[in-house]
Design a protein around this ligand. Structure first.
Ligand code: NAD
Length: 340
């Protein structure tokens, strides 16, 4: 039996990944180590909390003793845990450095001590900064491009990304680094763009669009990201490699806003332009040819269909997001500071 240590499994992608693994590998044991920060939510895992192969451990990836204890029986690690919100990293970067960089170091050290078959470092396309060639021509980022992170979040993830690589280069730890584009789907904390816009629009509250709304991102449905991670988790022969993961579907913030309003049948007057984010990256996009070449895998679901499905999920799970938006003091304080 395989035993996977998942970090950050109570967050958005981590909880989708655990659902994915239980569905696709019901014989695997999954241990979920999560600190339950404001972004971690056990509601995301309510339906599987009593599943016989699943164990939840509340704890910090910076806690070396705990991490070592959990690493011992594990065959592989999928490391999602991080502080993840760009805007919060602009307000206060300290926790990003601690969790994203130091926490990754603690995990890598434990994995060195108690050998594992695979360590998946979930990095991000944010590490590239603006998607462009070395000559400055706009194009999707390649795995070989320089890392030019523009936010403290992206810089802390770059530190973790390179640290993970160094543990392969130095200690031959079987690391694979993934750099995925923007995810959307169920269980995403409603400070992030799509759930924020959907839930605001449902309440007829303005959708805050930074600058002129022309910044573009590639959008991948979270389940497709999970499928790609699963593929890499089971790969052999790619130690030390980096893989971009994306859907090759780029949309500007304004296009996303329009689509959401159309799906919900709400007026365009709900769009409210607000002061641009400092260091805002105009374009994130990743070239996914390497993943296609090595594994014959590419994202395939239809963006519009999945966006509609996602909007529908938030419609049907109002209690889930309303509790966060109305009862979570951290959310309210952040929202007021950011947009009022
Ligand atoms: P999230 O903010 O929804 O979840 C993060 C989870 O990590 C939470 O459950 C939180 O409680 C946990 N956590 C935070 N600090 C911790 C600590 N010190 N110890 C243990 N647990 C801790 O994030 P997400 O959007 O699900 O992103 C998951 C990973 O994927 C991150 O590493 C992120 O950089 C990466 N990523 C995200 C996206 C995206 O679009 N969301 C895209 C590419 C890569």
């Amino acid at each position: 039996m395989k035993h996977i240590l998942v970090t950050g499994g109570a967050g958005f992608i981590g909880s989708n990944f655990i659902h994915y693994m239980i569905q696709h590998h019901p014989e695997y044991r999954i241990t979920n180590l999560d600190k339950l920060t404001y972004a971690g939510n056990l509601e995301n895992l309510r339906d599987i909390e009593a599943h016989p192969t699943y164990t939840f451990v509340q704890g910090d990836i910076c806690d070396a003793a705990l991490v070592e204890k959990l690493m011992q029986p594990a065959d592989a690690v999928v490391h999602f845990a991080a502080e993840t919100h760009v805007d919060r990293s602009i307000m206060d970067a300290g926790s990003f450095i601690t969790t994203d960089v130091y926490g990754t170091f603690v995990l890598l050290e434990a994995a060195r001590k108690y050998p594992i078959e695979r360590f998946i470092q979930i990095s991000t396309d944010e590490v590239y900064g603006t998607a462009m060639s070395p000559e400055g021509v706009s194009r999707p980022s390649l795995e070989t491009d320089a890392l030019m992170p523009l936010s403290p979040y992206a810089a802390s993830k770059s530190g973790a990304d390179r640290l993970a690589f160094s543990y392969w280069a130095t200690h031959k730890l079987p690391v694979i680094i993934t750099r995925c584009s923007n995810n959307y789907g169920p269980y995403q904390y409603p400070e992030k763009l799509i759930p924020l816009f959907v839930t605001n629009a449902l309440d007829n509250i303005p959708m805050p669009v930074y600058g002129d709304g022309q910044n573009t991102r590639d959008w991948i449905y979270v389940e497709e990201h999970c499928a790609a991670v699963d593929l890499l988790l089971h790969s052999s022969g790619y130690d030390g490699e980096i893989f971009n993961i994306g859907a090759n579907r780029e949309y500007s913030v304004l296009q996303i806003s329009d689509l959401i309003l159309d799906i919900l049948g709400k007026p365009k007057s709900l769009i409210r332009f607000v002061q641009d984010r400092p260091g805002h990256v105009p374009r994130h996009a990743v070239d996914t040819a390497k993943l296609r070449r090595c594994f014959n895998w590419s994202a395939s679901v239809d963006f519009h269909a999945m966006l509609e499905k996602t909007v529908q999920w938030y419609r049907e799970h109002e209690t889930w997001w309303r509790r966060i938006k109305e009862q979570d003091a951290g959310y309210k304080q952040y929202y007021q500071q950011q947009y009022q």
